[in-house]
Design a protein around this ligand. Sequence first.
Ligand SMILES: Nc1nc2c(ncn2[C@@H]2O[C@H](COP(=O)(O)OP(=O)(O)O)[C@@H](O)[C@H]2O)c(=O)[nH]1
Ligand SMILES: [Mg+2]
Length: 411
Amino acid sequence: MQNAPPVGDTAAASPPLADRRVLARAISRLERGEAQADQLIGQLGGKPGRAHIVGITGAPGAGKSTLVHALLGALLELGQRIAVVAVDPSSPLTGGAVLGDRVRMGEHGSHPDVFIRSVASRGHLGGLSAQTRGIVDLLDAAGFDTVIVETVGAGQSEVEILQVADSRIVACPPGLGDHIQSIKAGILEIADVLVVSKADLPGADPTARDLRDMLHLRAAGAPGAWQVPVLGVSAVDGKGLPELLAALDGHRSACGRGRRLQTDPQAGPAAALLSRLLARDPLAKNLGITLRDGGAGHATVALTIRADHLNFNGTCHGGVTFALADTAFGLASNSHGVIAAGIDAHITYQQAARAGETVLARAVEVSRSRKLAVYRVDLTRDGDGAVLCSFTGTVYVTSRPLEGGGENASD
Ligand SMILES: Nc1nc2c(ncn2[C@@H]2O[C@H](COP(=O)(O)OP(=O)(O)O)[C@@H](O)[C@H]2O)c(=O)[nH]1
Ligand SMILES: [Mg+2]
C-alpha cells in the first residue's frame, strides 16, 4: 500500500483532552441527529487527523472486547489516551452484549485517559457507518491518541464501518476448521493485521497456518505493499501483545493516518457524477443496470434478471453477474473524480440468481492510497438479502480528471 500523507500535526505535543461529559453530550447530539460532526467539533475546539484509528472485527465471541481491554492496558502503559467505540449490531436495544463489553473493558473504563462509548446499530440518519465516522472524528478532535472501533463481523455494514479505521485487525479464534468459509467472504481483504485470538487455547497454531495459507493464495499485493502479519495473541497471558502493538505501529508508519478524512462523507456531488457515468456505459444500459445509491468510495447498482440474461442452465449467466459487480466496482473506484483503471478482479459465486429476481451489487472502498485502491462488492438478492456473490477488485489511481479532461473520460 502506498503512503497516504499523514494528515494533521502528528509531531505536536498532545493537546489537552476535551471534558468527557461535554464529549459524551456531543456524541449523543450527533446520534440523535441534532447536530453535524463538523459543528460539534467546532464547538469542542481541536481538529481531527491526529489520532490513530484502529478497527477490530471478528465473529461474536472471537475475543474482540477482551483484546480491546488488553490493548487499553498496553497503550495506557505507553502513556496514551484511548477512546473505544463499540458498535454492536446485534443489540438494537443496547442490551446485554453492550453491557457485557463494558464489563470486559471495565477495569480501564474509569481511567481518566480512557473513554468508552457503545453505539447501538439503529443505523438511522445516514446509516451506522456515517454515524460511526462522526463519532470517530469527534474523539479524534477531542485529543485521544488512539481510537479503537470494535464491530461485530456482520458483512457489508462492518466493512463500511471499518472504512473509518487507519489499521484494521480481524480476530479469528482457534479451531476455525469448517468455519474458514465464513472468513472467505471478503473479510481477509479488509485485514491489515490478522490476529489468532485466544492463542493460549489448543489449535491456535494450525489456525494461524490456515490463515497464512489463505493470505498467500490471495496475495495480489503490489511490490512494497504492506504484508499482513498473522499473530497469535492471548488476552489471558499477554502472549503476542507486544507483537500486535509493533504491527499496529508499523502499519501506521507505512500507511499513514487520517485515511477517512480524504473522502467526503456527504455523497452529493459524487452521486451525481456516478449517474452521469452510468448513463455513458452502453453495456450497463443494454443489460438494464440502474444506480440505486452512490457517493465518494461506494456505489450500489441493481439489475432485474430477464430471460436474455440466462445461461443454458436457466440461471443468470455468470458473465452478467460479473458485469453487474464490475459496474459497481467501476463506479465506486471512479467516484473520486479521477480515472481509476482496473488491475484485477476476483469473483466468488455462491448462489445463482433466477429470472425475475433483482440483484443488488454494492461496492465499497476497502482501502485507498495515492496509487492503488481496493474495492469489495457484495451481490445480494433484493428482498431477502441472500448473498449471491462476493467480488474484490483493485484499481490503479491515475491523476487524470474523469470529466472535463477531454477524450479520456470514458473508463
Ligand atoms: N482462553 C481465552 N479466552 C478468551 C480470550 N479472549 C477472550 N476470551 C473469552 O472468550 C469469550 C468471548 O470474549 P469477548 O471478548 O466477549 O468476545 P467478542 O464477542 O468478540 O467481543 C469470553 O468468555 C472471554 O473470556 C483469550 O485470550 N483466551
Ligand atoms: Mg464484544
